[in-house]
Structures are given as structure tokens and as C-alpha cells.
Ligand binder design. Structure first.
Ligand code: NI
Length: 189
């Protein structure tokens, strides 16, 4: 298995629509395993293929909270087939928007249809953090980031800060300084 580099905003690849997967084969399973390892190492609880520069409709996630423990999940071509009228608001973070967090309102409950690691069709009822995570990751497949759900003013401020932080990191790396790890507070999706 291998760790993959995670793209951060503003990267044009994060704004693209991903293509459906046509076969769940060994090559795809290798990619899923690498994505899962990359997600654990980050650390995060969800990761979509475009975040590692692969424009395929593929998501991995693993939520380990008191209220919901999923274990590793692989969602190929995930689709929301049902969503509640009622919304829930969660403070979201994203591995592609490091160290920025914002409240986002989404349907509180959704039903997702997907192909699993063996290419078998599955359906899963989601609520709480799992519902948020699944919707956040499917957004990634459509080129949408959580900051696209907040005000343009706040979004642009975050994007400016991300660019500044990226330049700073490049400068520090050029000077041979060790890379500081992001602190873990809100789970990154
Ligand atoms: Ni994300």
C-alpha cells in the first residue's frame, strides 16, 4: 500500500466532475486500499478519489464515534436515492481545505446506493455524522467543496489563507524546515 498526496484548494482538479467507475477490479481495489491508508494517516474520516487527483466516482470512509462506528467502507459510484426534508448542521472540515472549519446544513438523513469493494450493489441508510460525511464525499465527486456551501465572503477569505499557507509551506520546505502536522479537532472529511 502507498500514501497518496492529497490535493488542497484552490486546485482546479478539485472542481472537476468525476467519471463513473465501470469495473470494480483489482486495480481499483488497490487504489481504494491506498486511499484508505492515506485517509487514516492524514488523519481523516472520509476521502474521495478526486482529492488524490483521480477523477473517478469512488469514496472511502471510516467513522469511529460513540454514536456511529462504520469500519472501513468503500463506496463506488455512490448515489443519494432518498433525502430527508429535515436538515442537520455540522461543523465540517476537509483534508483538501486544511485547518478551516464551517457549519454546513444538509439533509439530516439520506439513503445511499453504491457498489461495494466486490462490485455488489448495496444500499445504506445514513444519519448523523455518517449522513454528513457521505454527502460531503459525494459533493467531491461533483467538484463541490464544503466551502461552496458557505458565503462567498467567507469562502474567498479561506481560499486566500490556503494560498498563503501553501506558499509559506513551500518556503519552509525549501529552507529544510520540518513540516508541522495539522492539529486534530474537528474530523476532516
Ligand atoms: Ni472533503
Amino acid at each position: 500500500m502507498a500514501l497518496l498526496p492529497i490535493l488542497t484548494a484552490p486546485d482546479p482538479r478539485l472542481k472537476k466532475k468525476s467519471k463513473p467507475v465501470d469495473a470494480v477490479d483489482d486495480a481499483l481495489r488497490r487504489l481504494m486500499d491506498d486511499m484508505l491508508e492515506t485517509m487514516y494517516a492524514a488523519p481523516g474520516i472520509g476521502l474521495a478519489a478526486p482529492q488524490v487527483g483521480v477523477l473517478k466516482r469512488l469514496v472511502v470512509l471510516d467513522i469511529d464515534r460513540e454514536e456511529v462506528k462504520t469500519g472501513p467502507l468503500f463506496l463506488v459510484n455512490p448515489e443519494i436515492v432518498e433525502a430527508s426534508d429535515e436538515d442537520a448542521t455540522y461543523e465540517e472540515g476537509c483534508l483538501s481545505v486544511p485547518e478551516h472549519y464551517s457549519d454546513v446544513a444538509r439533509p439530516a438523513k439520506v439513503r445511499v446506493r453504491y457498489l461495494d469493494r466486490d462490485g455488489k450493489q448495496q444500499e445504506m441508510a445514513c444519519e448523523g455524522l455518517l449522513a454528513t460525511c457521505v454527502q460531503h464525499e459525494i459533493d467531491h465527486l461533483d467538484g463541490i467543496l464544503f466551502i461552496d456551501h458557505i458565503s462567498a465572503l467567507k469562502r474567498n477569505m479561506i481560499l486566500r489563507k490556503l494560498l498563503k499557507a501553501r506558499k509559506e509551506k513551500e518556503r519552509e520546505a525549501a529552507e529544510g524546515k520540518p513540516v508541522a502536522k495539522a492539529k486534530e479537532s474537528v474530523p476532516a472529511l
